[in-house]
Write a protein that binds this ligand. Sequence first.
Ligand SMILES: [Zn+2]
Length: 326
Amino acid sequence: MLKLMLIVLSILMVFNVEVINANLPKFKQATKEDGSLSLLVIGDWGRHGAFNQSLVATQMGIVGEKLEVDFMISTGDNFYDNGLTGVHDPAFKHSFTDVYTAPSLQKRWYTVLGNHDYRGDVLAHLSPVLRKRDSRWFSLRSYVVKTDIVDFFFVDTTPFQDKYFIEDEGHTYDWRGVLPRKRYLSNLLQDLDESLKKSTAKWKFVIGHHPILSAGHHGNTEELVDQLLPILEENKVDLYINGHDHCLEHISSPVSKLQFLTSGGGSKAWRGDEKQWNEEELKLYYDGQGFMSMEVTRSRVDVAFYDAFGNVLHKWGRGNSNFYTY
Ligand SMILES: [Zn+2]
């Protein structure tokens, strides 16, 4: 417990950010002077620049400059294949610092852990030591980033999935800090529910590594459909944003305003096994590499998906009470 407090204190000192209260740690992020926000979302990327990771990074730099992005979100699987070996793992430099070099990307990177990150030394991935190696890095398991117009809820989704605990595919996972699992998950869901209920932000976005719904290789995550989705719908969350499937994807909920956005095209893609999906709900499925941008104001949110060459594949936006695709 003392160690955890010291880690949180170190984060505060490094970033000079304000913790608003306990439960899920909460951090304040400034908006632009006009009260708006813009950001990029990337997932499933760390491969030493290979599999077009560098190509995607170049286009992120260009779009990031155009939108004057305030920060980046990583939807996890940050370091392939097996996370980080420790705080001095050269992969941190070769897959992150040396790849995302554009001036516009020199902002904070809010990250979540993916299942591949759990195959390495998770405590290293979460360690403040990494922020000394690259001050952009921000990695906690579950937390809230509060701004004047939108609250971002980051959720650690890997421990929800049963198969990592029961199937032996030759992989080992670092569950330090997660066990006993049942208590970890129930605390997390309760903390998230309470934080969402307390939020007075105009917009509520939730970010996790695993999709709730996806037409991609991994498909729906049933544990999240059962346990996380009801909380998001009850609390009128606007967007659920994830990676894990190596694609760009937009699914519109048939029963609520919730939109499911996958940005998992940071490097290796082109799996070629898209599942059948209702065309009314599946607004975009792109099997290749790319990333997503978001522009948010008090009255409007706009997202766009880009391929590895910077071409816009799909745009979606929503105003106060009405929304449209184009
Ligand atoms: Zn994954």
